[in-house]
Design a protein around this ligand. Structure first.
Ligand SMILES: NC(=O)c1ccc[n+]([C@@H]2O[C@H](COP(=O)([O-])OP(=O)(O)OC[C@H]3O[C@@H](n4cnc5c(N)ncnc54)[C@H](O)[C@@H]3O)[C@@H](O)[C@H]2O)c1
Length: 438
């Protein structure tokens, strides 16, 4: 298939699509293209996930506006079908790859899932198909990892036997469909023609700019934007700890700083998590390993943000010195408000630090099945409560009921969720991250 034929098929919607990796990113992407009239095959290695999707049920549990209805609709209309079998990709014209891309303990990506997906794909890839990597990758990965695997295993050359692009995703849990529709994307192709085909494709689901670029630029944009966020959050967190030491209130300081033009200070908090912010800065930093660059700011920011769960424990210890044998109610296990995504969540690091002091966490999270249940029942026999994740339902807690259940009336707020006066009126001692003001 020539590039002209491919583009024509994309434009008239006769192109068959596949999405490899039906997680937080791949599933909504697959469903949206299906809704736009393409026949989409989704592939995942998790059979249970595939079965659920084929029943029209979204496996994503958090508050994800529109996603359940969308999946039910496109499965019913047979536009989206999921499978574990790569053989079903033999006739596919466009393949989007959305598998996870974690880093190891040395902060280096090993690409176990990406390599496996590309090898399985190579065995069935149609002549002239377009492969687009949407996963977040270390700058240089398209050239040094993806291209060699595909060329070696298909025994074809890029630009002749297949086309190759990088179009990083900008979604986030809780806003998956909204971000997919409304956020601009960078489309990096192996040639201007490939980029043009990608623009034609993504124009079906993205109502925003589609900026063409080469691979390295596309890879850099994605990892830089998330690193920028991590660094900015680290600054807010460090400022919060400075404010505590000086007996001030970071939330008021931030409010006033933001009155100065261009000083958009981000929110401090109990820690960052998920499959992006804690790992993407390492993808960027690792890209220059062995080259003549001293990367100092990125690891420093990672260090500050990774420290925040321990800092939350320090705030608790400011009220309860000896945590040995104490039971602490943890509000929120997922890393993000109103989401079920628990990957790399700060709560997990808080629990480890608490257990190292001999304490025990009693976890509540309405979005994580294992930890759902009645919050006030869980609070009984707990010594204090700590908020890690600002789920909406925590905003309107019954503070009097919580106080009655807790052995000590201590509530630590890692997200500035509550009004100090309201909480203290109920007789609870509120310890707010970043605020040691009187
Ligand atoms: N989660 C986010 O908010 C977000 C946002 C932007 C970009 N990203 C990036 O998108 C990529 C995917 O993230 P995610 O959150 O969707 O991950 P995820 O873990 O939710 O989904 C990945 C899916 O890929 C499947 N998979 C793994 N190996 C496979 C293989 N060989 N063949 C088929 N399926 C396979 C997994 O079973 C899983 O269901 C990552 O690179 C991430 O950094 C994520």
């Amino acid at each position: 298939m020539s590039q002209i034929e491919l583009q024509k098929k994309i434009e008239d919607h006769s192109a068959r699509l596949a999405v490899i990796g039906l997680g937080y990113v791949g599933l909504p992407v697959a469903a949206l293209f299906a809704q736009r009239g393409f026949n989409v095959t989704g592939v995942d290695v998790k059979a249970e996930r595939v079965d659920r999707i084929n029943q029209g049920i979204s496996p994503i549990e958090g508050d994800e506006p529109g996603l359940s209805e969308l999946i039910a609709g496109v499965v019913k209309s047979c536009k989206l079908h999921a499978t574990t079998d790569y053989d079903e990709l033999k006739d596919v014209d466009v393949v989007l790859v959305d598998v996870e891309t974690p880093v190891n303990h040395a902060h280096i990506p090993e690409y176990e899932a990406l390599r496996a997906a590309l090898k399985s794909l190579s065995a069935v890839l149609k002549e002239g198909a377009l492969v687009v990597i949407e996963s977040t990758i270390m700058p240089g990965t398209m050239q040094n990892v993806v291209l060699p695997i595909l060329e070696k295993n298909t025994e074809r050359k890029v630009g002749q036997g297949f086309y190759l692009g990088n179009c990083p995703e900008r979604v986030m849990p809780g806003k998956l469909l909204k971000n997919l529709n409304s956020m601009s994307r960078v489309v990096g192709g192996d040639s201007p023609d490939t980029a043009a085909a990608m623009r034609a494709l993504y124009g079906n689901i993205v109502a925003a700019d589609l900026d063409t670029a080469d691979w390295i630029t596309a890879e850099l944009v994605k990892t830089v934007e998330n690193t920028y966020r991590d660094v900015q959050i680290a600054f807010a967190n460090e400022t919060a700890m400075i404010c505590e030491a000086l007996g001030a209130d970071v939330w008021r300081v931030r409010e006033l700083v933001r009155k100065s033009p261009g000083r958009e200070m981000l929110l401090p908090g109990a820690g960052v998590g998920g499959h992006c912010i804690p790992k993407d800065p390492w993808l960027l930093a690792s890209s220059v390993k062995g080259l003549d660059v001293r990367v100092r700011l990125i690891p420093a920011a990672r260090d500050i943000n990774s420290f925040m769960p321990s800092h939350m424990l320090d705030l608790l210890k400011g009220r309860i010195k000896d945590l040995n044998g104490k039971r602490i109610l943890l509000l929120g296990y997922a890393y993000l408000e109103d989401s079920d995504d628990t990957r790399d969540a700060p709560s997990q690091y808080f629990i480890k630090a608490l257990e190292a002091e001999g304490g025990q966490a009693v976890v509540h999270d309405p979005y994580v099945a294992e930890f759902a249940g009645d919050l006030y029942e869980k609070a009984k026999d707990c010594d204090a409560a700590v908020l890690i994740t600002a789920h909406s339902q925590y905003k309107s807690l019954d503070f009097a009921k919580l106080k009655a259940a807790l052995k000590t009336p201590v509530l630590v707020d890692g997200r500035n969720l509550w009004d100090k006066m309201e909480v203290s009126k109920a007789g609870l001692d509120l310890v707010r991250l970043g605020d040691f003001s009187m």
